[in-house]
Design a protein around this ligand. Structure first.
Ligand code: MG
Length: 376
């Protein structure tokens, strides 16, 4: 029996994690649940899974047996074996570090955390022998391809669906609405990651995540557009052999793999891949010119220091403004680029310096929009 804490339990990954728990009641037990503002769903989850600890960003009345605890307390609770970090943005950063410092296994879906503070997280995980198990589909694919391999990696090929607008011209992109951007062609995901997939910044964050998770330099990471989302990523070894992981695009599988690792569990609820029905798999180069957010994220990852934290913070603000219909879709890239251009980066930052850069970037991104100083 693995005892789980799930941070971000009411989000898309959190709910799908609980689906896996429901499928295997004898293998997984929920010890802690944490949510943001969706307290009505959290209350239902608490009554169904009966955790010992719970947290929500809003006030919540709890049954007597459930103790209200911070996310850090839930992440480091002695009775927990595995902590699922299913939050999005920087909110999961300090709970992840708390879990690492308590030597927990960590199933990580929150990609911004590794982008922002990858160097600190990986160093702390080594020091405390905390294992980080990726949930992001591309990283789960790479992890599965690397299993049992001792050979050196020549290249990682991260696949990208391209999102809903990959074939749009720049004038079409200028007119994209929030509702259109929230419709992803192949994946059902949370709002932030759906917009990040439409701008392709998601793939730049994932390259940074892969860089830290697998100790691969950026010049060995390539991105390829694969609109069917069947091949989740590929690894090329030094002899030229390439391994890929394929499955129907459904996050339940990478979540279950992280939960059950090193075992695989038979689950009849997971969709099976029918390659004859899929019929063809296509791979195309990335159109960097129409999706400047991708290059911005890769550049921030290569520069390192506080730049990825600034990128992530500016992106969060830019997305909020876009979803609130204050700015256009191309403005997301403009706000991020302008914020980064104003930032004085710090190399080898401490956690406090990363958090300070994050706060500075949020403030700066808002000011850029409020003062109308976006560069066109
Ligand atoms: Mg992904």
């Amino acid at each position: 029996m693995k005892r789980l804490a799930i941070l971000g339990s009411t989000g898309s990954i959190g709910q799908q994690t609980l689906d896996i728990v429901r499928s295997f009641p004898n293998k997984f037990k929920v010890i802690g649940l944490a949510s943001g503002r969706n307290i009505s769903l959290l209350a239902k989850q608490i009554s169904e899974f009966q955790p010992q600890l719970a947290y929500s960003a809003l006030k919540l009345s709890l049954p007597d047996k459930v103790k209200f605890s911070s996310m850090e307390e839930i992440a480091s609770y002695p009775e927990t074996d595995l902590v699922v970090i299913a939050t999005s943005g920087k909110i999961g950063l300090t709970p992840t570090l708390a879990a690492i410092r308590s030597s927990k296994k960590i199933a990580l879906a929150n990609k911004e955390i590794l982008a922002m503070a990858g160097e600190i997280i990986i160093a702390e995980a080594k020091r405390h022998r905390a294992q980080i198990l990726p949930i992001d589909s591309e990283h789960s694919a790479v992890w599965q391809c690397l299993r049992g391999e001792k050979a050196e990696v020549a290249r990682l090929l991260l696949t990208a669906s391209g999102g809903p607008f990959y074939h749009y011209s720049s004038s079409q992109l200028a007119k994209v609405t929030a509702d259109e951007a929230l419709q992803h062609p192949t994946w059902k995901m949370g709002r932030k990651v759906t917009i990040d997939s439409a701008t392709l910044i998601n793939k730049g964050l994932e390259a940074t995540e892969a860089h830290w998770l697998f100790s691969i330099p950026f010049d060995k990471i390539e991105i390829v557009i694969h609109s069917q989302s069947i091949v989740h990523s590929l690894v090329e070894f030094t002899d030229g052999s390439v391994k890929a992981q394929l499955s129907f695009p459904d996050m339940h599988l990478p979540i279950q793999y992280a939960l059950s690792y090193p075992k695989r569990l038979p689950n009849s609820k997971l969709p099976r891949l029918d390659l004859v029905q899929v019929n063809s798999l296509t791979f195309k180069p990335v159109n960097y010119a129409n999706f400047p957010c991708l290059e911005l994220a890769l550049e921030a990852g290569r520069r390192g220091g506080t730049y990825p934290a600034v990128l992530c913070a500016a992106d969060e603000i830019a997305i909020e403004l876009f979803l609130a219909k204050h700015t256009s879709f191309p403005d997301i890239a403009r706000i991020i680029a302008r914020t980064i251009s104003l930032h004085q980066g710090i190399a080898n930052p401490t956690l406090d310096e990363i958090l300070a850069a994050d706060a500075w970037a949020r403030e700066t991104a808002l000011q850029i929009v409020n003062k109308g100083s976006l560069c066109y």
